[in-house]
Design a binder for this molecule. Sequence first.
Ligand code: 2AM
Ligand code: CA
Ligand code: CA
Ligand code: CA
Length: 261
Amino acid sequence: MNESELHRIDRSVKRWLHTSREFILKKMEESLNVSEKTGRKDLVTNVDKENEKFLISKIRTFAPDSQILGEEGFGDQIRQTKGWVWVVDPIDGTMNFVKQRDHFAIMIALYIDGQGVLGYIYDVIGDQLLSGGPDLGVFNNDEVLAAPANVSLRDGLICVSGPMVMHNYHNFQTVVETSSGLRIYGSAGIEMIHVLKGETVAYVSYLKPWDFGAGKILAESLGLAVTTVDGKPLDMLSSDFVMVATVQAQQDILPIIGSNV
Ligand code: 2AM
Ligand code: CA
Ligand code: CA
Ligand code: CA
């Protein structure tokens, strides 16, 4: 795809995201309609659903031949990744949205024939949009984001999902012990923003495609490693333990988890 086409798509997605943010902020003035999905720690609100419907309607008008993978189910049932595939997480960090009214993100990704083209993570309250891809580079709002330094696990902070640390999945208590310290923000998007900006050296969690679709494109565009927790390529259509890390931190983590996969 040529650069002017990429810029045309980029401008459109950014317009949708700004409208989505305004919509979410407006909805936060009213009471939320909250329901459980698989249990009390897995929530969805009317705002997640309405925002997903809004973004999907924009994508359908803009690129009618696309397939759309949306967390709340208003997109398509996708079995293969040929052609244009959009991945939408209308609110990433719904628990934070409900409990804190902060620390959540809107995420959109565009893949073409399985290759990441454009990714967006929008921290709604912080008004911070990470955007871009392999051909456009990565931006933090309007500023070019430089590749983070290749810092080791020992010299960096790490984000790991709560359950992974609490239950020591894949020996992650030792990984955390080896790092400079643990941070848990509760939104895959917000945690990935920290890795992209070089504020943490790794993020590891069990994630679904809409949780990692945008972050994978942005992170790989900055030279970060994005794999399963045991260093294998990610499958865009399945859930897995995902690791986004500096190349050095990934090399430090792999031997610690060893055969604990
Ligand atoms: P979500 O808010 O869009 O569901 C912390 O919970 C992070 O893990 C969030 O980014 C959340 O995304 C994601 N996550 C994935 N599966 C989850 C689940 N079953 N319950 C809660 N959060 C989940
Ligand atoms: Ca969810
Ligand atoms: Ca999510
Ligand atoms: Ca979500």
